[in-house]
Design a protein around this ligand. Structure first.
Ligand SMILES: [Zn+2]
Length: 239
């Protein structure tokens, strides 16, 4: 009799324990959902929050200083093979004679931004002069693509409030600096990307070096295997 009761009690505890655990888990899940979603959040905010929990690993590759007649072309082919979209901040003085490459960027779904007409430190220039240069480059790009660029990356990230309030462009800097221009070594650049990258990052590269193009494509192959999805800066910022 004692043995029988012991077994019964043991079973009852097991069942009760299982029930409590399940209740606690469900309430934890509910708390987790309601904790991060404000009651007055609109659809877009809710989508943003859901994405944070969905484990989506989005990352944006950005290429400055191009286009380059050989290396940008190689890069575009490699990105197309891998189904990857990137962002190109074009230097106006490099565009002439490479209009086909700019067109291919647009046709392939990449985002085209402005890196200035020449590689000047915009914040150290007279503001009006800097704006004139920015607009001249916008026009160069628009003449080819039919679309005025909305995004700007100032060379070296040099920018100031006066420029910010005068131009109607969205300035995009970066948070992963690959130092590709300095290293010019694809193995080291790949390592810099893979070591530093986290979801939501904007990676800085330059498509005027063969080592940078090789590194970008190798890093894509590695990171795609880790579940990363490559998007344009616009998709990253809007999403
Ligand atoms: Zn640059």
């Amino acid at each position: 009799m004692k043995m029988k009761w012991k077994v019964l009690c043991f079973l009852a505890v097991l069942i009760l324990d299982g029930f409590l655990c399940r209740t606690m888990y469900l309430s934890y899940r509910e708390t987790k959902e309601t904790l991060f979603i404000p009651a007055d959040a609109d659809g877009e905010v809710i989508d943003d929050i859901r994405k944070q929990f969905s484990g989506e690993k989005l990352v944006a590759l950005t290429f400055d200083d191009g286009p380059h007649s050989t290396y940008t072309k190689e890069l575009l082919d490699g990105l197309r093979e891998r189904g990857v979209h990137a962002t190109f901040f074009l230097l106006g003085e490099n565009i002439e004679g490479k209009e086909d490459i700019v067109k291919q960027m647009q046709e392939d779904g990449h985002l085209i931004g402005n890196h200035g007409l020449t590689h000047i430190l915009m914040s150290r220039e007279n503001t009006n002069q800097a704006i004139i240069q920015i607009e001249e480059n916008n026009k160069k790009i628009q003449d080819i693509t039919g679309k005025r660029p909305e995004y700007l990356r100032p060379p070296f990230g040099y920018w100031n409030d006066e420029l910010e309030s005068t131009t109607h462009m969205t300035v995009v800097l970066w948070n992963v600096d690959t130092l590709d221009w300095k290293l010019q070594n694809s193995r080291k650049v790949v390592r810099n990307i893979v070591k530093q990258v986290e979801p939501g990052d904007i990676i800085l590269l330059h498509d005027i070096f063969p080592t940078s193009v090789k590194a970008a494509l190798e890093a894509i192959d590695t990171l795609q295997k880790q579940g990363y999805t490559f998007v344009t800066v616009e998709e990253l910022l809007v999403d």
